[in-house]
Design a protein around this ligand. Structure first.
Ligand code: GP9
Ligand code: MN
Length: 622
């Protein structure tokens, strides 16, 4: 007996330490709400099966190597957990496998990653340190382990996993088939099992393309036709053959519009522009883990990005009917302006698939220490230096500008601060106001320069925020700023990003329609008077009277004119109070259907079977 215990002491110490640590991190570090005792219990047992399984592999090694293997496996487990912690600090979300392979992104993330790490984080590796000390000083030596003993460890791991899954199924039916929400998965099967599950899902996606055939697209074609809103005829072609400026504002949320901080306007230029523009105060971002790139994907395709990973990375080689490609048929030249590495978010590859004629990346700009901050070239010089390229651009053109200064961690030198940072407990939110104000000024100057260069009159401007900038980790400061508690209902509303459509010569109008980035493409095409015909896309013209007045979030939440559905609860919009789930039920089904169809198009690369002028052509299998 004594011998057996000694034999396993390192193994069991490692198991218990990693298990307890994982539980504490998930329970107390990640903000996962628990509703009952069963969920609490599931959370306790869920890490154990995988911890046993992982560490069980050490038992296959010779006695000489075994303790080292235990140490190594504990370290790997801790590292996976820690990577999630760092990621969560910024994205309020968990890592997925495709993101891990985005090494070019990880490199560029540099400054942000360090900002997110602290020395005290050593505490997350405490078990590995304890094990190393035990190994060194106590010289715990393993003895022979029989095959039977090893088999019983693995049997225990599998049994635990089966119990875990059984309980999780009762708590959350169809947990593994409906994966909109990573948090739900982690809550129910634990962080390590979640990663294993993610690997399986990603491999399945690869197989899906190989197996897909054209027949699937017929259902999708019927669905989009049935849900197509007739575009607003009064708006059709009012910007015919005009140049198009799309400005994607980094991390710009709608709550700063027409708002002040310590008496100072945060977006004075945008506020004045709104008075001469169509402004959509109920417009939502619909991005997932691909952040800016997801918003671009929505804009150019009117398809939803993916539930996990960035579609710009995972499916950049698919067949798309991207806006630049389609505008080419109407004689448009297209270009993107963004002063970052061309490989970030795999843009160089994806822009080719979408049909862009040119990408003005970081190499097209003169970037010095003085004119850059945080992620790179400041928005002021970015717009200024872009003017020269615009002057020589073939017309009409479709141009997209992606700003950068208002990116986490929202740093800005004092000389560029037009308004000082705020004074709440969240440095992030405090600095956010200052960088938003900076970008607002940069855009004001851009408009002035465009007017000077004669590029303004014959153009239309689509300005929108790409996604949230202030995550739920800053709810306390946010509620101090907004003067109300940040409930899940409020959090959903905070996903509003501004949309401003400015057509020189047109009067200002506020349009209350509830919509999202999925609607940008059909809205823009209608203004340009270009018919998208029977192409497959999910958005609708935001000016249309038939618009569904709803926006679907990538996690399956949605907002309609009357209701907000989020975190499995239905809220009455007028009061913000929870209401009968039945009221949200009809939209819920439609939301799931729509996201599912969009995902099918991407996973199966189904547009390769579809000719937008002649409909489905299942015979053409590329
Ligand atoms: C990077 C910029 C920011 O090029 O688009 O990316 P984000 O982190 O917001 O996706
Ligand atoms: Mn962004």
């Amino acid at each position: 007996m004594k011998k057996t215990l000694a034999n396993y002491s390192m193994f069991f110490t490692a198991t218990i330490l990693l298990w307890i640590k994982t539980y504490f991190v998930i329970r107390f570090y990640f903000n996962i709400p628990l509703e009952n005792k069963m969920q609490q219990f599931i959370l306790v047992i869920s890490p154990l099966s995988t911890v046993l399984l992982f560490l069980g592999f050490s038992l296959f090694f010779s006695q000489r190597l075994r303790n080292r293997m235990i140490l190594l496996i504990s370290f790997i487990g801790s590292f996976i957990l820690y990577a999630n912690i760092v990621y969560y600090r910024f994205f309020n979300d968990f890592i997925t496998i495709p993101l891990l392979f985005q090494t070019s992104n990880m490199g560029d993330l540099g400054s942000s990653v360090f900002e997110l790490m602290n020395f005290t984080d050593v505490v997350f590796f405490i078990d590995v340190i304890i094990l190393a000390v035990l190994m060194k000083f106590l010289q715990v030596k393993p003895v022979h382990t029989t095959k039977k003993q090893i088999a019983s460890i693995f049997a225990a791991a599998l049994a635990l996993f089966a119990i875990n899954l059984g309980l999780a199924e009762t708590e959350r039916p169809q947990l593994l088939t409906r994966t909109f929400d990573r948090e739900m998965l982690i809550k129910n099967i634990g962080v390590y099992n979640y990663h294993i599950y993610d690997i399986i899902m990603q491999s399945r996606a690869k197989a899906q393309r190989a197996l897909a055939d054209g027949s699937e697209i017929v259902d999708i074609e019927n669905y989009v036709k049935a849900n197509r809103a007739q575009p607003n005829e009064k708006m059709t072609g009012i910007a015919k053959r005009k140049n198009v400026f799309v400005i994607s504002f980094e991390s710009l949320q709608d709550f700063v519009i027409n708002n002040t901080v310590d008496g100072e306007a945060i977006t004075p230029f945008l506020n004045s522009l709104i008075k001469e523009s169509y402004y959509f105060p109920n417009f939502y971002h619909q991005t997932g883990q691909g952040k800016t790139s997801d918003s671009e994907f929505l804009l150019e395709n009117s398809l939803y990005p993916l539930p996990s990973g960035a579609v710009f990375f995972t499916h950049s080689q698919n067949a798309y009917h991207g806006t630049p490609n389609q505008l080419k048929e109407s004689g448009y030249y297209s270009a993107v302006f963004h002063a970052n590495n061309k490989s970030f978010w795999n843009r160089d590859v994806m822009y080719d698939s979408l049909g862009y004629d040119h990408f003005y990346d970081v190499d097209s700009y003169s970037v010095t220490e003085e004119n850059s901050i945080g992620w790179g070239l400041k928005d002021g010089p970015f717009f200024e230096q872009s003017i020269e390229y615009l002057k020589h651009m073939p017309k009409p053109f479709y141009s997209k500008f992606i700003t950068l200064t208002n990116h986490f961690p929202f740093t800005l030198e004092e000389e560029d601060q037009i308004i000082p940072p705020w004074t709440s407990s969240s440095g992030t939110l405090n600095r956010y106001f200052t960088t938003v104000r900076y970008t607002d000024e940069a855009v004001k100057n851009f408009f002035e320069r465009l007017k000077e260069e004669g590029l303004y009159e014959d153009s239309i401007f689509i300005l929108y925020g790409d996604h949230y900038g202030i995550s739920e980790n800053h709810n306390k400061a946010m509620s101090q700023y907004l003067g109300r508690e940040i409930t899940p209902f409020e959090s959903a509303q905070l996903q509003k990003v501004p949309l401003i459509i400015h057509i020189p010569g047109q009067k200002g109008k506020v349009i209350e329609t509830v919509g999202g980035q999925i609607d940008l493409k059909p809205t823009i095409f209608n203004l340009l008077g270009i018919d998208l015909k029977d192409d497959i896309y999910f958005g609708n013209d935001l000016f249309s009277k038939e618009h569904s007045n709803a926006a679907v979030f990538r996690d399956g939440s949605f907002i309609t004119k009357d209701f907000v559905y989020t975190k499995d609860l239905c809220y009455e919009k007028a009061t913000g109070m929870e209401t009968d789930i039945e009221k949200c039920e009809p939209y819920k089904e439609k939301t799931e259907q729509e996201l599912h169809y969009s995902d099918r198009i991407i996973y199966g690369d189904l547009l390769r079977f579809f000719d937008k002028n002649n409909g489905t052509d299942v015979k053409v299998k590329k």
